[in-house]
Design a binder for this molecule. Structure first.
Ligand code: M6R
Length: 361
């Protein structure tokens, strides 16, 4: 049932307001400025002994894991990184007893992720799951984890599960942080930020007609560049994947800092750039990148917290805490990908060559 929407993708984008509310519900502990995660199965003493966190997933879940790794480093100060599960399992990785492994999967059935989990468990590693589908193969195989509670996602192109997965990582990062060295006041600050998310998502969705007009305009491009820096980089990567999957327009994501090391050669009027420009400590650096692009007559669509002078268009999103900004900045670009695909007459819920869950190698 599409509930009055023309596609599941549109329905699922709009549903994010309630979905984010659901992943938070019942988990916030105001007294200790932390969150309670019932199924984590990780004692405080164990959480304190973790030396590294390695996050494994595919596609959109991998991108959510990249933001998750940054959240864990920022809030819990545990070295963390994300890697495609398929790469991990084929490169004969060194499995370290002090590393906590986290498998991320919407469906909980992605074969490459499941195989990585099974290999890790065989070697005695501790593996948590960040999974949407309750009781799925990866959820059963993991030692514990965090359910994403996004509700069923039908569209092959993942939207609400991405957002909820990132929020689930914010909860995990806050939980680990408060067992380790995150202060009560920082814990409170993050909790207040989390509580603002549903209302802010609602606000972003109100920009749909503006985004639709932009998407129509950009739909004639043959290729697009997506750039971001640190917190904005995984957002750029996910937005680039969304556009490719659903519109079939070629897109490539780069860290803004890497522009001058090659991709700047691509910039000219027919190659637009979508830039993630959060109002954080890297704002001036990001503005300098926009200037470089403008100097080569590139068109720029910025997603930012304030109007960007060098951009041709800015989609202004509400500001949250720096750490949580990536959760919101991807949402207008889900709508952008959707409306680009709509303008091009694509099969939005079932893009060619793709399946909802990839249960083969
Ligand atoms: O079910 P999973 O989260 O494990 O799926 C992983 C990827 O196959 C999936 O995210 C894919 O990239 C989507 N089509 C993205 O929209």
């Amino acid at each position: 049932d599409m509930g009055g929407h023309d596609t599941y993708m549109h329905k699922e984008i709009v549903e994010q307001v309630e979905a984010v509310d659901r992943v938070l519900r019942g988990r916030i502990d105001d007294r200790f400025a932390t969150v309670r995660l019932g199924g984590l199965n990780l004692e405080p003493g164990e959480a304190r002994r973790v030396r590294r966190i390695k996050i494994l997933g595919c596609g959109t879940s991998y991108h959510a894991g990249q933001i998750g790794a940054q959240l864990i480093e920022e809030l819990a100060r545990i070295p963390a990184d994300a890697e495609p599960a398929s790469e991990f399992r084929y490169r004969d990785p060194v499995v370290d007893p002090d590393t906590l492994y986290v498998a991320v999967s919407q469906s909980g059935e992605t074969y490459d992720v499941l195989a990585a989990v099974q290999e890790l468990k065989r070697k005695g590693a501790r593996v948590l799951g960040v999974v949407n589908v309750v009781g799925s193969a990866i959820a059963r195989e993991a030692d514990g984890g965090v359910y994403v509670h996004a509700g069923p996602e039908v569209c092959v192109v993942s939207t609400k599960c991405f957002t909820n997965t990132v929020v689930a990582f914010a909860l995990l990062a806050l939980h680990l942080g408060r067992i380790r060295d995150l202060s009560v006041s920082d814990g409170r600050r993050i909790i207040e930020g989390l509580r603002r998310l549903p209302g802010q998502i609602d606000e972003i969705l109100k920009a749909e007609s503006e985004i639709k007009a932009l998407a129509k305009d950009f739909a004639t491009a043959r290729s697009m560049l997506f750039i971001g820096r640190v917190r904005g980089y995984p957002v750029a990567r996910e937005a680039s994947l969304k556009l490719k999957e659903v519109s079939y327009i070629h897109a490539e994501a780069y860290p803004a800092s890497e522009l001058k090391h090659g991709p700047l050669a691509l910039v000219e009027p027919s190659m637009p750039t979508v830039a993630i420009v959060p109002d954080d400590e890297l704002l001036e650096k990001n503005r300098a990148a926009l200037e470089e692009i403008k100097a080569r007559s590139g068109r720029i669509l910025a997603v930012a917290h304030q109007e960007q002078e060098k951009a041709d268009h800015t989609i202004v999103v509400p500001k949250n805490e720096h750490e949580l900004d990536p959760i919101l900045m991807g949402i207008p670009l889900q709508l952008f990908a959707y409306h680009t695909a709509l303008a091009l007459g694509r099969d939005i819920d079932k893009p060619r060559n793709l399946a909802k869950s990839v249960t083969v190698e």
